[in-house]
Design a protein around this ligand. Structure first.
Ligand code: GDP
Ligand code: MG
Length: 787
């Protein structure tokens, strides 16, 4: 019976704990392990939690939790006692009965219709149930038993289903059976020769996280077809052991039984609970509800994981809604679910069930792409044909690099036009404010501080929008997942997983959302490594610096130099990742499936929305951090300010300001690269956000009476000239590399802190800056040899 059925004062012995993962572990850690005696201290009707005494402690459990603990009382044991003539002490009876019952393994046979469940059932249980293709049979379960190596295996042959969506009576029946009868093991029959379609049910089962073994049935047919299937690799990836069998002949049955027992005893190391990724849109909208349900997990039927409950609620599953209906939080959850569904359906332009199903097929096709090789691949859809090209062993890479090149090319060339217009607008505003306000510190702060500072960053908004437009389109269309797929091997060389690839590409836009996107990487060590190397992906905020310096000093080779900078960033990321894997995280990580969700042509609306949500982060940064930083930089460079008049030739220069002071104070750090105090001030000012480097340079190199910037350029010619004069080629290279690599910005450091912890955040800031210095120093000396 269940622990919750025990009355006050009664004692029983624990047989096992049902449920999943963390919940189950917690109960076991409290002492609810096989053979322990548990006594009910207080169980008033309607009282929740109930108090128990176990292992010398009083512990209270929620009623729902107590329902998950299977116990055996003396009376039950006596009834089960087979040998009546033998007189045994009470404890011995219970002990023996518990022993016997823990040697009983209940196995539920689940699979598609005609996957060979009944054949397997007959072979295992030695029965002869009707086998064959029949329909219209009552929804029913047949039971059988077999003994194997001291274990009694109770088999239940369940009706065939394609899914567990609770649409058909069969589906509902199977799901209810799993919830109510809690079989110890789900034996999932999968037709090896029709694997893709058969694995769909498997993905549904993975979601509800039972302890599962897969019988790869009809393996004879797979062999006959000549297809190659690395089922061992697939087992590792999905965390479910797979055993090839041929049900009617009994081939593989012995290994199947061994596997069932090993999994039951928790000895099979392949068993692992994985999450099937549902793509950015669904995941984003699933998380809040998932977290809410997880926080109130003791009010929920704990057999299903919260993630599953959340997803099903969003899908509008009536059964799950009624399961959760008794919770005091249900109304809120229902509201959240409806809201999430609407957001998802609007963003994806299709209904949630279709979206989830196609993600599941994406998971399957990703899993099979790496492990299954049919003799002749059926290519029937456009997507299959596209996949054959873009994930091709050889062609995949040039296509990927061409796309990346095209993306950056458009970012810079197309972006140049609106950039000009915004620049002109900022200048007009600058002049207008200057003209309208009377002379004084306030006017200078507004114009030289706020308008110049924010304006010099605002001009890059078009570039960033274009970059994000590409990234969003590639992500939404499904191409980025393919790119991650072909990059998987390369990423493994780096010591991370293919899934790390997408966040890294996003890092070219902005490191902050990229670091947040690392949440999709299941493996902890891969996630840490990816987060830590993301800042080396040159984000769009660094672009203005490159454009300024490269445009001034290397105008002829601008494209090449820009490209090389990105490559250096990537190279440092690779080296860092390898070092981290080598010295910090030695353990080998489990392989994961990479979802290859079907291609879709994203609608303009969804792409623009996606792009906008990313741009909004950029604008927010500008409205806050950059605005404040611009004012602070201006203040530091304006004061101290002795009395003087505008025409005074002895007017104070920035060199005499606080900023000049700070810059000179840290200049020794940049001395070895022959960088002046202006560069060192600019670098310091870039700590809040790297865009500020440009506006600082602008302010620092400006002199009273400069001509206004020409229309087609962002910097006024005299400022460009002054920059060019103040830096040698080698120092400019050092400056560029330092800007690329040193700590990205406060927002990124804060993101690292919140995703990992502050120690990683501080570590990242220090490490990046140290690397930046070393690389800049080395590059300075190397270029000096050539120039
Ligand atoms: P169920 O609907 O899942 O119970 O599937 P059945 O057990 O009724 O099997 C459906 C059909 O597949 C029957 O004709 C079986 O003889 C056949 N079958 C089952 N297992 C195998 C197998 O391993 N190899 C081959 N070649 N045929 C099988
Ligand atoms: Mg059958």
């Amino acid at each position: 019976m269940r622990l919750s059925e025990l009355k006050t004062g009664e004692t029983a012995t624990v047989v096992k704990v049902l449920g999943y993962g963390g919940f189950r572990r917690r109960i076991i850690e409290m002492g609810f392990v096989r053979g322990q005696q548990v006594t009910v201290v207080l169980d008033a009707p309607l009282k929740d939690p109930i108090e128990y005494h176990i292992m010398g402690y009083d512990i209270s459990l929620r009623r729902k939790e107590a329902e998950m603990v299977v116990v055996m009382t003396r009376e039950e044991a006596a009834k089960l006692s087979f040998d009546q003539s033998q007189i045994l002490a009470d404890e011995d009876i219970v002990e023996r009965a518990v022993q016997c019952s823990s040697n009983r393994i209940s196995v539920g046979l689940v699979g598609n219709p005609n996957s060979g469940k009944t054949s397997l059932f007959n072979t295992l249980a030695g029965r002869s149930e009707h086998v064959g293709n029949y329909s219209g049979v009552t929804v029913d379960a047949k039971r059988g038993e077999l003994r194997y190596k001291g274990y009694t295996i109770e088999l239940t042959d369940l009706p065939g289903t394609y899914a567990l969506a609770a649409y058909s009576p069969e589906e509902l029946f199977v799901r209810r059976h799993i919830v109510e009868n809690t079989p110890d093991i789900i034996l999932n029959t999968v037709v090896a020769s029709n694997i893709e379609r058969n694995l769909y049910l498997t993905t549904e089962l993975i979601d509800i996280s039972p302890t599962m073994v897969i019988a790869l049935n009809m393996y004879d047919e797979l062999e006959r077809s000549g297809a190659k299937f690395d089922y061992e690799a697939l087992s590792e990836m999905i965390g479910v052991p797979m055993v090839p069998v041929v049900a009617p002949t009994g081939r593989g049955i012995e290994e199947l039984l061994e596997t069932i027992i090993a999994v039951y005893e928790g000895r099979d190391r392949r068993v692992r609970h994985i999450h099937i990724g549902y793509g950015a849109v669904i995941e984003e909208n699933l998380e809040a509800l998932n977290a809410d349900i997880r926080n109130h997990r003791s009010d929920t039927p704990t057999l299903f994981p919260p993630r599953y409950l959340a997803l099903k609620l969003i899908e509008g599953d009536k059964e799950v809604a009624s399961l959760l209906g008794s919770s005091p939080h249900f109304e809120r959850w229902q509201r959240m679910a409806v809201e999430a569904r609407e957001t998802i359906e609007e963003a994806l332009g299709e209904d949630i069930e279709t979206a989830v199903a196609s993600q599941k097929y994406g998971f399957i096709s990703g899993a099979l792409r790496e492990t299954y090789e049919a003799v002749e691949r059926k290519r029937n859809t456009l997507g299959d044909h596209l996949d054959a090209i873009v994930t091709h062993r050889i062609w995949g890479f040039p296509i990927f690099f061409a796309l990346m090149w095209f993306m950056f090319y458009c970012t810079f060339t197309l972006g140049a036009y609106p950039q000009e217009w915004i620049g002109a607008g900022v200048d007009m505003l600058y002049e207008a404010v200057r003209g309208a306000m009377s002379e004084g510190a306030l006017r200078d702060m507004l114009t030289d501080g706020v308008i110049s500072g924010v304006g010099s960053v605002l001009v890059f908004l078009p570039n960033i929008m274009i970059l994000y437009l590409f990234i969003s389109f590639l992500e939404d269309s499904g191409y980025l997942a393919r790119a991650a797929f072909i990059m998987d091997k390369v990423m493994h060389r780096m010591g991370v997983h293919g899934k790390s690839f997408i966040p890294l590409v996003m890092g070219f836009g902005c490191n902050v959302p990229a670091i947040m996107a690392c949440r999709t990487i299941e493996c902890r060590t891969s996630r840490i490594i990816t987060i830590m190397v993301t800042p080396f992906m040159s984000c769009s905020a660094r672009l203005p610096i490159y454009i300024m310096v490269v445009g001034t000093l290397f105008a002829e080779h601008a494209g090449t130099i820009l490209f090389l900078l990105y490559i250096v960033g990537i190279a440092i990321a690779v080296i860092t990742a390898r070092l981290m894997r080598r010295f910090m995280f030695r353990e080998q990580e489990a392989p994961f499936v990479m979802e290859l969700s079907p291609y879709r042509l994203p609608t303009a609306k969804t792409t623009v929305r996606h792009m906008w949500s990313k741009c909004a982060q950029y604008l927010k940064k500008m409205g806050g951090l950059i605005l404040i930083a611009s004012i602070v930089v201006w203040l530091l460079s304006y004061y101290p300010r002795p009395e003087y008049s505008d025409n005074d030739p002895e007017a104070p220069t920035y060199e005499m300001s606080y900023m000049g002071y700070i810059g000179k104070w840290c200049q020794p750090m940049f001395e070895p690269m022959d960088l002046g105090w202006q560069a060192s001030v600019a670098i310091m000012s870039g700590i809040p956000a790297k865009e500020i480097v440009v506006s600082t340079m602008n302010v620092l190199y400006a002199q009273p009476g400069d001509e206004a910037p020409a229309d087609d350029e962002h910097l006024s010619p005299s400022i460009s000239r002054r920059i060019a004069e103040s830096m040698s080629i080698s120092s400019a290279v050092a400056f560029l590399l330092f800007s690329l690599l040193y700590l990205p910005c406060i927002a990124t450091i804060m993101a690292i802190g919140s995703e990992l912890n502050w120690r990683w955040a501080v570590g990242s800031a220090l490490y990046n800056t140290a690397v930046a210095w070393v690389v800049a120093y080395v590059a300075f000396h190397i270029t000096q040899l050539f120039v």
